[in-house]
Design a protein around this ligand. Structure first.
Ligand SMILES: [Zn+2]
Length: 394
């Protein structure tokens, strides 16, 4: 059994920071965490990583990616490949995630069961990558946002129930509904309220009966309100969130996953992103910023999600999303929690997201302290996934 001891680290354990700490990894799991000066005997026999005060954190978690997409300027055009070809793209994108320090991703929509299968192949050790929590295909109304890219079209409460069951059968461990219009599908206003309350309720009830979280793509106010009332686990994007919804989200423990990177990737690149998408992105940018800052003040909890795969938003961008959440008003400690402990709670993952005894050894050692300067997240020194070093500088 290989074991590794990380000595004299500044430890962010997913919730708080402790100085001069040590972490012992044995057989893929964390065997001990405590003061470096009181390291157990086993630490001496282990391979040693001298942290010299550098910061050690849990591996980052990105709660919103699309592994089938690379982040090219035209999202719809990128969807024109076979499932086999998409699977190959997923493998490359998974490797990019891991190299950036992301040890878990949740995919919120791809082709058929491609991402479910890629996740299994990674778990079986056939390819390098993060833990993949797949949602299969996203679920959207007939002609709704994503119908021509990452979603399956479905209507009516019974249809929703059947579609959720299909995704679970294919290996999904999360469900995604597209509750409103979106930026990247032509011909649908972003704030269009898509599924009816009864449809949303059916999907939520069915997902929860299987014990999996349900994420709602929701931009417009009415759609967000409907999803909050139905008790989804996260509002993805949430640009037009009302104050009523923010308060309810805080009370019910519903997370906001703001996906700032997706919006900026579109509005900052009018030179090659389709004009309809740039126009819709610009329409919600200012409000998205204001709503995020207000949600932070209201006490809504956040989880990190990039929407990687959308235009100019490549895989491995969770560090940039954390930086952007800080720029938009979240405290650095809360932003790091959003990408670790909060994200694991949202995804219902009991063995990652924090560095504690018994957890999977998913961790990252950084060149400098991200709590001192959050841009340090762009420089991982060593990435470990399940006890194996996935990438290291030295
Ligand atoms: Zn998305």
């Amino acid at each position: 059994m290989t074991s590794t001891y990380f000595g004299d680290a500044t430890l962010f354990d997913g919730r708080i920071v402790r100085r001069r700490h040590g972490v012992l990894v044995e057989g893929g799991q964390i065997a001990w965490v405590g003061a470096h000066a009181r390291a157990p005997r086993e630490a001496r026999a282990a391979a040693s990583v001298a942290c010299e005060g550098r910061t050690l954190t849990p591996g980052l978690i990105d709660c919103h990616v699309h592994l089938c997409f690379d982040g090219e300027a035209n999202f719809v055009a990128e969807a024109g490949v076979t499932e086999a070809y998409a699977a190959v793209k997923c493998i490359g994108n998974a490797a990019r995630q891991l190299a950036a320090g992301v040890t878990t991703v949740r995919d919120l929509g791809g082709f058929g069961a491609v991402v479910c299968e890629v996740g299994k192949a990674i778990e079986d050790g056939r390819a390098a990558g993060p833990r993949v929590i797949a949602s299969g295909q996203a679920l959207t109304i007939t002609g709704g946002h994503g119908w021509n890219t990452f979603a399956r079209q479905v209507d009516g409460p019974d249809g929703l129930r059947a579609a959720v069951r299909e995704q679970i059968r294919a290996g999904a461990r999360s469900i995604k509904i597209v509750a409103t219009g979106g930026v990247l599908t032509p011909g649908i206003p972003v704030d269009f309220a898509a599924f009816t309350p009864a449809e949303i309720e059916a999907a939520v009830e069915e997902a929860h009966s299987w014990g999996v979280p349900i994420a709602a793509h929701a931009i417009g106010r009415t759609g967000i309100d409907n999803c909050v009332r139905a008790g989804v686990d996260s509002i993805e994007h949430g640009a037009q969130m009302s104050q009523w919804a923010a308060r309810r989200m805080k009370e019910q423990g519903i997370f906001q996953v703001p996906t700032i990177s997706a919006l900026l990737g579109i509005v900052d690149h009018p030179e090659d992103v389709p004009a309809y998408a740039v126009a819709k992105g610009k329409q919600i940018l200012e409000m998205a910023h204001e709503v995020f800052a207000r949600a932070v003040k209201t006490g809504v909890r956040h989880a990190c999600g990039t929407d990687a795969g959308t235009p100019h938003n490549p895989h491995g961008s969770a560090p940039r999303e954390v930086i952007r959440m800080v720029e938009w008003g979240l405290a650095p400690l809360s932003a790091l929690q959003a990408a670790t402990a909060n994200a694991a709670e949202l995804l219902r993952l009991p063995t990652t997201g924090t560095l504690e005894r018994g957890m999977d050894a998913d961790l990252v050692l950084w060149e400098s302290d991200p709590l001192d300067d959050v841009s340090a997240l762009l420089s991982p020194r060593l990435v470990m996934r399940g006890g194996s070093v996935a990438s290291a500088l030295h």
